[in-house]
Write a protein that binds this ligand. Structure first.
Ligand code: KIV
Length: 264
């Protein structure tokens, strides 16, 4: 018997029940299905697809068309997990644009959308929520701003950053976001925010005190060996396993009558 779909309410109840929320990225049918079968309740078609699948140097190159393509692929897995999608760089510059693009992601199969920022994108967030589309916020280090910021820097060390993060998190909670992702925030500030807001706070590189954790799946399984963020401990070496299987298969090849085909 198939189990009931994971809903926003179930994810939010996990915080109240003190159950850690495990979230991972999925950009295609196979990974969405595998993660679903492994019991991961929250999946994200992140714009990290730009780096780990599409070969861009950062997420600022990802387009709406690319996001839609990957959301459709992941959604075909018809997961029990709640599947969401990122609004890519410059796809939510006005409330109307944010609403239209959020609607397109939902039509492609997303059960919620996420965008990066706090007070500066509040009108866009309100427009999306007013359409009845569940919204997940993203605060802390904002990868779509990596070029202006000059790198992936930890947030919350300075008092003004700490206060701004807290203020943004409270404001987003009041605005009706269903969860907040905190990226590269100091563990103490992340803990304070998770305690302050009613919605689940899901960390990435923000210490152990959040209500849940999200990772780029390739980082967790060693699927993208050219770069792994320092805060991730890979639990497998999938790229190395693939290379060794490829070598073994290549070494097993022979051509009838060729040098390696010995007929006695
Ligand atoms: O793009 C992404 O994968 C994300 C993360 C929070 C994992 O935004």
């Amino acid at each position: 018997m198939s189990q009931a779909k994971i809903t926003i309410e179930i994810i939010q109840k996990m915080k109240l029940d003190g159950q850690p929320i495990a979230a991972l990225t999925a950009y295609d049918f196979a990974m969405a299905r595998l993660l679903d079968e492994a019991g991961i309740p929250l999946l994200l078609v992140g714009d990290s697809v730009g780096m780990v699948v599409l070969g861009y140097p950062d997420t600022t190159h990802v387009t709406m068309a690319e996001m839609l393509h990957h959301v459709r692929a992941a959604a075909r897995a018809q997961t029990r997990a709640l599947l969401g999608a990122d609004l890519p760089f410059r796809s939510y510059q006005t409330p109307a644009q944010a609403m239209n693009n959020a609607r397109a992601l939902v039509e492609a199969g997303a059960g919620f959308v996420k965008a990066e920022g706090g007070a500066e994108i509040l009108p866009q967030i309100k427009a999306i929520i007013s359409e009845g589309i569940p919204f997940c916020a993203h605060l802390g280090m904002l990868p779509q701003h990596v070029l202006e910021e000059g790198g992936y820097k930890i947030k919350g060390k300075k008092e003004e950053e700490h206060l701004r993060l807290l203020q943004d998190a409270r404001m987003l909670d009041e605005a009706g976001v269903f969860a907040i992702i905190l990226e590269l925030v100091t563990p103490n500030v992340a803990r304070e925010i998770a305690h302050e807001v009613s919605v689940p706070v899901i960390g990435i590189g923000s210490g152990p005190h959040c209500d849940g954790q999200i990772l780029v799946t390739q980082d967790l399984i060693g699927g993208f060996p050219w770069f792994t963020p320092g805060f991730v401990k890979p639990r497998a070496q999938c790229a190395a396993l693939a290379v060794s299987a490829i070598h073994a298969w290549k070494a097993s090849l022979s051509v009838p009558g060729g040098a390696s085909s010995v007929v006695s």
